[in-house]
Design a protein around this ligand. Structure first.
Ligand SMILES: NC(=O)C1=CN([C@@H]2O[C@H](COP(=O)(O)OP(=O)(O)OC[C@H]3O[C@@H](n4cnc5c(N)ncnc54)[C@H](OP(=O)(O)O)[C@@H]3O)[C@@H](O)[C@H]2O)C=CC1
Ligand SMILES: Nc1nc(=O)c2c([nH]1)NC[C@@H]1CN(c3ccc(C(=O)N[C@@H](CCC(=O)O)C(=O)O)cc3)C=[N+]21
Length: 301
């Protein structure tokens, strides 16, 4: 896959780019230190089990990246690859086994699962204290009520990037575009916890560009390539692009773009995350952070 001659992230004024890839690397380095300390103090190694059902190519890339980075920070990585026609009962049985395995502290079933399997049932079958995706209703409820939840990785990564870049978020007006259970809704909860004034937009929102122009912070999680344009932004807004969309190029190749039109948004924003190299790496780093947290809690820390 050829990268375009002038990547839009090149020759941007310093401070404009929120470098999620670099931040994720420092986060993983800290996790590796904490994993070594946990091994030394409690004789326990955090274990992450990832289950992939079917052969979706994108999922295979993410699972491979996750396993590599899990091992790099000193954790135990276990992968279960099941065929696309695996009965739902077999997947539930595997989850029960992983729930009971004392060497496994985090369980992730890669989404989407094949159509014959009920994803909500799968998510609800994972022990909440091992639900390192943070998708389980128990964790969603704890997040909503300010309890000790495991927080979904992508919104957690976005929150860490925003706090690192802006410091105190209180009083800022944040617009989250998207209301899914895995990104938009938990993202709104985290921003509320940081005392932002939060607007959650979606496909029924009227005059979305006008709503976005009110925002100090825009988080785009819609799944529509380059939808958010520069003229949707208040000058100086901070933009977090969660989108991951593969688009076809004229030369027959393809490339990954976000939900934000980077070329028109970057000049207007005060800071923006690139795709790739922004939220994606933070998602994996926060998965490892959640696995460490789950392991620490399992020994009473
Ligand atoms: N970087 C990472 O680690 C991750 C990235 N992603 C990416 O984030 C994006 C969102 O993922 P996910 O939350 O699972 O997506 P979903 O498809 O579950 O949700 C999309 C949301 O966007 C809203 N939406 C769709 N079209 C519009 C529109 N025209 N105007 C306003 N809102 C709209 C939908 O509204 P409604 O509710 O009304 O249908 C819905 O709430 C995707 O690009 C995905 O690839 C996802 C997970 C992790
Ligand atoms: N149970 C479950 N949990 C998930 O967290 C989950 C999931 N299922 N299903 C799929 C989505 C998607 N997702 C990504 C994670 C990292 C990158 C990532 O690291 N992207 C790199 C680029 C990778 C590439 O080169 O394409 C980047 O944005 O820089 C992307 C996407 C997690 N997901």
């Amino acid at each position: 896959m050829t990268t375009p001659a002038t990547l839009p992230t090149e020759n941007l004024p310093t401070g404009k780019l929120i470098d999620g890839k670099a931040f994720a690397a420092t986060l993983r380095a800290q996790i590796a230190v904490d994993v070594a300390a946990l091994k030394a103090s409690h004789g326990v190694q955090p274990g992450l089990a990832v289950v992939l059902v079917g052969e979706d190519p994108a999922s295979q890339i993410y699972v491979r990246n996750k396993a590599k980075q899990t091992v790099e920070c000193g954790m135990k990585s276990v992968e279960h690859k099941l065929s696309a026609d695996t009965p739902e009962a077999d997947l539930l049985a595997l989850i029960d086994t992983l729930n009971a395995d004392p060497t496994i502290h985090g369980i992730l079933v890669q989404l989407p699962v094949p159509k014959h399997i009920d994803a909500d049932k799968i998510i609800a079958a994972i022990r909440p204290d091992k639900d390192v995706d943070g998708f389980h209703p128990m964790n969603a409820g704890l997040l909503a009520t300010g309890g000790k939840a495991l927080v979904p990785c992508t919104p957690l990564g976005c929150s860490l990037l925003l706090k690192d870049h802006l410091g105190d978020l209180s009083g800022k007006h944040a617009v989250v575009i998207g209301r899914s259970n895995i990104v938009g809704k938990p993202m709104a909860q985290l921003l509320l916890q940081e005392s932002c004034t939060v607007t959650v937009a979606h496909s029924r929102t009227k005059d979305l560009p006008a709503v976005c122009r009110e925002a100090d912070i825009v988080v785009a999680a819609v799944g529509r390539p380059e939808m958010v344009k520069g003229d949707w932004l208040k000058p100086g807004a901070v933009v977090i692009d969660v989108g991951i969309n593969r688009i076809a190029l004229p030369d027959g190749k393809s490339k990954v773009v976000g939900d934000v039109d980077f070329a028109s948004a970057a000049p207007v924003a005060s800071a923006i995350t690139p795709v790739p190299g922004g939220v994606g790496p933070m998602t994996i780093a926060c998965l490892l952070k959640n696995t460490l947290t789950a392991c620490q809690r399992s020994v009473g820390l």
